[in-house]
Design a protein around this ligand. Structure first.
Ligand SMILES: NC(=O)c1ccc[n+]([C@@H]2O[C@H](COP(=O)([O-])OP(=O)(O)OC[C@H]3O[C@@H](n4cnc5c(N)ncnc54)[C@H](O)[C@@H]3O)[C@@H](O)[C@H]2O)c1
Length: 340
């Protein structure tokens, strides 16, 4: 029987959830929820399903599973409501912007006996899946060092998001790279030391960090530098700048996630990957696969990878980054998340 699914949050990314799910075999997209009625209705009309402005309606409905794409700092309330109602939940990254909320969601999923998956979609990117295969074969040996950059042009906090001040490049972007390196290293973080800069976005009324570099030490001594910026000039070729390097004691690898379609029209640029969905009706690509995988896991009664616990550790790594920036000293992960 098809898995009945609801979506909470019908903004930019909730729209992508709908694109992924509306024609997925084994899934019936039943209801779209957004507190903004016009958004909920517009997306529901495109998908041919019901809509509501009330999270409680979704909790009370007969859906088996819910995907949550509310702003970064507003994940906990809908996720907790859905788990309490016995729904399986996929939530956008970051799981939460506080360790307490992230822990509460993990605990609630355990209590309810329901799956809680975090949409760390880099794990579904063909290049990163390729990197993971090298690691799993042991070709790199033990992890030694990594560098991971994920930055956005200033368009994202100033024009794309309306809630940049409640998030920041650390909450919006570090979840992808911190989860990715922890997944590739297969080690837990033990200490974080960070430096950052502010001012450019504050002068434009957005109260968050402009740039951050965080050095994380992992179990066994491996180190990783995570770099993020939300002030890359709009003249950059793509809205996203992403690359990683991983060294082990026997081998290394490098991923430059650069689209190879170069366009020179009004300016020189490369299209953002989710703009290039498809011309043949069905969306495909790494942004969509985690949604479909989640629904397949629910349908098969299997616990998905990319779990709430992964989300909790990543939220704690970012919380440690912010504490390090505030206190100007290295922060032990155990002081932020005792059970790490
Ligand atoms: N995986 C990725 O690469 C990626 C990319 C962009 C956004 N995201 C994530 O997706 C999430 C949403 O981002 P977005 O860009 O779509 O934001 P958005 O502002 O475009 O959309 C959020 C929507 O949530 C609605 N909303 C807020 N609180 C609600 C509530 N309690 N009940 C119902 N609706 C509510 C808002 O009205 C809005 O329509 C964020 O966590 C973001 O980090 C992920």
């Amino acid at each position: 029987m098809a898995v009945r699914v609801g979506i909470v949050g019908a903004g930019l990314w909730g729209g992508n959830h709908a694109v992924a799910l509306k024609d997925h075999p084994g899934c019936t997209l039943s209801v779209i929820c957004d507190q903004d009625a016009a958004r909920a209705q517009a997306l529901a009309d495109r998908c041919g399903c019901a809509w509501t402005t009330s999270v409680d309606d979704v909790a009370a409905s007969d859906v088996d599973a819910v995907t949550v794409a509310t702003p970064d700092h507003l994940h906990a309330a809908p996720v907790l409501a859905m788990l309490a109602a016995g729904k399986h939940v996929l939530v956008e990254k970051p799981l939460a912007t506080t360790v307490a909320e992230a822990q509460a969601m993990v605990d609630a999923a355990d209590r309810a006996g329901r799956s809680l998956m975090v949409d760390f979609h880099a794990r579904w990117h063909p290049l990163y899946m390729g990197a993971k295969a090298y690691v799993e074969r042991g070709d790199l040996g033990a992890p030694v060092m990594a560098y991971a950059r994920l930055s956005d042009t200033i368009h994202v906090p100033t024009s794309m998001l309306s809630w940049g001040s409640q998030s920041g490049p650390e909450w919006f972007l570090f979840p992808h790279t911190m989860d990715l390196i922890r997944w590739l290293f297969q080690r837990e973080p033990v200490e974080v030391y960070a430096k950052g800069t502010r001012g450019v976005l504050e002068r434009r009324g957005i109260n968050c960090w402009d740039t951050i570099q965080a050095i994380v030490e992992f179990d066994g001594g491996a180190i990783a530098t995570f770099e993020t910026s939300w002030i890359v000039p709009d003249s950059f070729t793509n809205v996203v700048d992403n690359r990683i390097t991983v060294y082990g004691d026997r081998g290394g690898l490098e991923v430059k996630n650069e689209p190879s379609l170069w366009a020179f029209t009004d300016r020189f640029h490369t299209p953002f990957s989710s703009t290039a969905v498809t011309r043949y009706g069905k969306a495909w690509g790494y942004q969509y696969e985690p949604l479909r995988y989640f629904v397949d896991c629910v349908g098969q009664g299997v616990a998905p990878e990319s779990t709430g616990r992964d989300g909790l550790v990543v939220t704690a790594m970012i919380a440690a980054t912010l504490r390090s920036l505030a206190e100007k000293r290295p922060i032990r992960m155990a002081d932020v998340l005792p059970a790490v």
